[in-house]
Ligand binder design. Structure first.
Ligand SMILES: Nc1ncnc2c1ncn2[C@@H]1O[C@H](COP(=O)(O)OP(=O)(O)OP(=O)(O)O)[C@@H](O)[C@H]1O
Length: 606
């Protein structure tokens, strides 16, 4: 089972104000990265207060009209604390209708604003995450577990968007609640006091439950990340699972991940649903008690009493909405912190870049005293020094784990030496602009990937300045043009990783064409023929032979026969450059080279 992601530590206490503070803290970590709408927030606050006033006035009018009707009066008397107001019934009806329309319009606006803020936040957050991930240094990207980024882009962004809706509706409900409370104070002091006692009492009673909810929500957030990683692996490993068979252990391990989510999800969902329901029941109970007290204290005028009861009931509904918002927010804040952690991780480690232009011609590329390790305690490359001239074809050989792929990653500037330097014409490569480097240094990985799109799209690979002629020329150099032309849709044939897969050899050559399309000066290949059949291998070798001299080539190869066309071969052993000489010379001087050549000869002889 994979190791668990660290759950964010519980932050703050779990009362509405603490939750609001936590949400604000989480939001503050994310908001600086993109624009948030202050205008919408101001509109939300102002609209909520006006809606609260309109609702209180409407309820007071309804109560007063009900009182007048029950007394058979034609005048409606409205008492607002010490102030009394008397108007004919039809005037009061008209005012009531007007208030209802105003309130309805405001409610629509108050529903729209959080929805709009949340939709914008989703788009902004996804862009922010994607851009910061894309701009992060390779070691950060390489250390992300499969599925982690997917979970951040989907589950975590969605949770944050719901948190924004929840926050918006919560703020709005709280303001209406307060406005109704103030109105109740104006109408009747004892009722307002009761209402305050009721709501404070309920929040205090539910505090321990909210704290539990927060703990379960943090666990749910971590389990969700684990689950997404697992799902990603199911897809990645589908072929292996098909071949090896889905053993009970395999099924069990995934079932355990599914079950791992069930418990925190059940607890979180139950508490998220249960707390508001509990709130409502307790509130109704306390309301009955409060009315009893009001009756004892004595409110002689039926109109005021009806209005206060109506306002109390509505205030309770808003109070419940505030409670729902608080629990909803509490449930989602951990997701926001995970998201902020990731964004900070990516933005704190941007890819290294320089500001000097690359020389017009790269005459020499090499390393000077390069040391490198993936961690502080282990050194993988232990002082490499070499220099390669323009147009040379260099093979990189050596035992497994010797550091060949690490050397390639340094050549591509994907990783930075811990000591020494990669040098171009004698200057540290870190000084040169990354975009120019990316254009002039190309790479074909061991297992190249295709994007879902046409063959032309795959060769072009988002470089819009490449013309169809450039693409076809690259395909010719990669010896794949004739095959593409034999397909019904030629360069418009749709290819992908699985569903529309091409053969391994074709994929390798399409990716070689991708690397060659922008006419790079340096080409790095990591075991480009290791997974190919003899014919495909010979086609790739032919194209590399033809490139020889026109491009500086670095090629990692386990099979020394693949490297036989190289001008020189470097033998890397235990992170050191054991030898660097033409193949013929190595045959005489290097034991590793001799041994592997002999083994290959025996294998092809047997
Ligand atoms: N991302 C990584 N994090 C930590 N250690 C790594 C990482 N990649 C490689 N290593 C370690 O660095 C050492 C050199 O690995 P590298 O992949 O460069 O060797 P290699 O010569 O290319 O091996 P092979 O021929 O088997 O592909 C190995 O001990 C390997 O375990």
């Amino acid at each position: 089972m994979p190791a668990k992601a660290d759950a964010p530590p519980p932050r703050g206490r779990s009362n509405p104000f603490a939750v609001a503070r936590k949400a604000r803290a989480a939001w503050r970590r994310l908001a600086p990265f993109f624009q948030t709408s202050r205008l919408k927030m101001v509109l939300l606050v102002a609209g909520s207060v006006v809606a609260g006033v309109a609702e209180a006035a409407l309820l007071a009018i309804v109560g007063a009209i009900a009182g007048a009707l029950s007394n058979g009066a034609t005048e409606v008397t409205l008492k607002l604390g010490p102030v009394g107001l008397s108007e004919p019934l039809d005037v009061m009806f008209a005012v009531g209708v007007g208030m209802a329309i105003v309130r309805g319009a405001l409610q629509l606006m108050l529903a729209y604003l959080p929805a709009s803020m949340s939709a914008h936040a989703v788009a902004n957050l996804r862009r922010l995450l994607f851009d910061s991930f894309t701009g992060a240094a390779w070691p950060v990207k390489a250390s992300e577990r499969d599925g982690q980024f997917q979970s951040l882009m989907t589950t975590h962004v969605n949770a944050t968007s719901y948190a924004i809706i929840t926050l918006g509706t919560g703020i709005s409900a709280a303001l209406v609640f307060v406005t109704l409370l103030v109105s109740a104070f104006v109408l009747s002091l004892p009722a307002a006091v009761m209402l305050s006692v009721v709501s404070t009492g309920i929040f205090l009673m539910l505090r321990p439950v909210s704290r539990r909810l927060r703990r379960h929500a943090a666990a749910l957030s971590s389990e969700n990340i684990e689950y997404s990683k697992g799902v990603q692996e199911v897809v990645l490993m589908a072929e292996e699972t098909e071949v090896f068979g889905a053993s009970p252990e395999y099924l069990d391990s995934f079932h355990r991940q599914i079950d791992g989510i069930r418990r925190p999800m059940l607890r979180t969902r139950f508490l998220a649903q249960g707390v508001p329901a509990l709130y409502q029941s307790v509130a109704l109970l306390l309301l009955v008690l409060a009315l009893g007290v009001i009756a004892l204290v004595g409110m002689s005028e039926i109109a005021s009493l009806a209005a206060v009861v109506l306002i109390l009931l509505r205030a309770l509904t808003y109070g419940q909405q505030v409670q729902t918002a608080v629990t909803g927010l509490d449930e989602r804040v951990p997701f926001m912190h995970h998201l902020a952690d990731a964004v900070e991780r990516y933005t704190a480690n941007p890819r290294q870049d320089g500001d000097r232009h690359l020389p017009d011609v790269v005459e020499r590329i090499g390393m000077r005293g390069v040391r490198f390790g993936y961690g502080p305690d282990t050194e993988v490359l232990k002082g490499l020094t070499f220099s390669v001239g323009r147009g040379e074809a260099i093979g990189i050989a050596g035992p497994s784990g010797a550091g060949k792929s690490s050397l390639v990653q340094l050549l591509l500037r994907l990783r930075i030496p811990t000591a020494g330097a990669l040098e171009v014409n004698g200057t540290d490569a870190r000084e040169f602009r990354r975009d120019e480097w990316q254009r002039r240094v190309a790479y074909v990985p061991q297992t190249p990937q295709l994007v879902w799109g046409t063959v032309a799209d795959n060769i072009r690979f988002y470089r819009s300045h490449l013309t169809q002629q450039d693409i076809e020329a690259a395909a010719r150099r990669a010896q794949i043009h004739d095959e593409i032309m034999s397909w019904e849709n030629g360069y418009e044939t749709v290819v992908g990783q699985r569903a529309a897969a091409v053969s391994g050899g074709q994929r390798q050559r399409i990716c070689l064409a991708r690397a060659l399309a922008d006419r790079p000066e340096i080409l790095v290949l990591d075991e480009p023929t290791s997974a190919l059949d003899v014919r495909s291998e010979s086609l790739v070798k032919n194209s590399l032979h033809e490139l020889k001299g026109s491009i500086t080539l670095f090629m990692v190869g386990h099979r020394l026969s693949t490297l036989s066309f190289c001008d020189r071969i470097m033998v890397v052993a235990d992170g050191r450059l054991e030898a660097f000489a033409p193949p013929s010379e190595l045959q005489a001087t290097n034991s590793f080279y001799r041994e592997v050549t002999e083994l290959t000869r025996q294998q092809s002889g047997s």
